[in-house]
Write a new protein. Structure first.
Length: 248
């Protein structure tokens, strides 16, 4: 699926112990070269109007979860993010459910929806390729810092899972180029954290989550939506194909 990469401007503490997973990767610039298909042609970022999802080319699964969140007030009056792993996209919403912006993301190298046990306590050297998973679920998130003092959005502190600006210190990873391609197939590279364009992080995420907590919904790629979220039947009847098969 071709994914546009729009960005729209909108009017916790640091980790301790062995610094873990992408929190360390973001601070130290560690990464893994992903073997696989070459990078596709680059796409420019474009603007969208923050009035709805149509301009963001959101997937049916994103629309289903957004509708459920708004109909049930599951975000509890807090800003929220939806991360679509299948299409490698993040969408940010304000407290009232207005779309603030959307952008491509980089995700964990391995496909899966559940973090391995104890992943947050392992050093990076102890996290094999098969364990570099971005888990699915509903998370209460807040702004914080990594070991290098750089700002991140902590999604799950115990699992060392965060969203942060794309790491660019390891040129061989070509992370910015991966974000700029028209395909989601080359967006699997991280230790599990969600990498976003720096502009999206600074102009959208930071502003939305500044001084508050918020909710992050990470959609599954192998499980059904109903297995992860409490979607009512009229909203959550997820169709076939939202299991990562389109990326293989």
């Amino acid at each position: 699926m071709t994914l546009s990469a729009p960005i729209v401007a909108s009017s916790t503490s640091a980790a301790s112990g062995p610094l873990r997973r992408c929190a360390a990767a973001a601070g130290l610039g560690l990464g893994l070269i992903l073997a696989g298909p070459g990078l596709a042609d680059e796409r420019p970022y474009g603007s969208i109007n923050p009035g709805g999802l149509a301009e963001a080319e959101a997937s049916p699964a994103v629309r289903q979860v957004t509708a459920w969140v708004l109909e049930t007030a599951d975000n509890q009056g807090l800003p929220f993010l939806i991360v679509d792993k299948v299409n490698a996209q993040a969408l940010a919403f304000d407290r009232e459910g207005r779309l603030l912006g959307a952008a491509p993301v980089l995700l964990g190298l391995a496909r899966g929806d559940v973090s391995p046990p104890g992943i947050g306590d392992r050093p990076l050297s102890g996290i094999g390729p098969e364990d570099r998973i971005t888990p699915a679920g509903r998370f209460l998130a807040s702004m914080g810092e990594n070991i290098g003092g750089k700002g991140i959005l902590w999604i799950d502190y115990e699992a060392a899972l965060s969203l942060h600006p794309v790491v660019t210190t390891r040129a061989a990873d070509r992370r910015e180029q991966r974000l700029a391609t028209a395909t989601a197939q080359d967006n699997r590279i991280s230790y599990g954290c969600v990498n976003v364009p720096a502009e999206f992080y600074e102009e959208i995420v930071q502003r939305a989550f500044d001084g508050t907590v918020g909710v992050v919904y990470i959609l599954p790629e192998q499980q059904a939506l109903e297995a992860v979220f409490s979607l009512p039947p009229q909203v959550g009847a997820s169709g076939p194909g939202h299991d990562g098969s389109s990326l293989d």
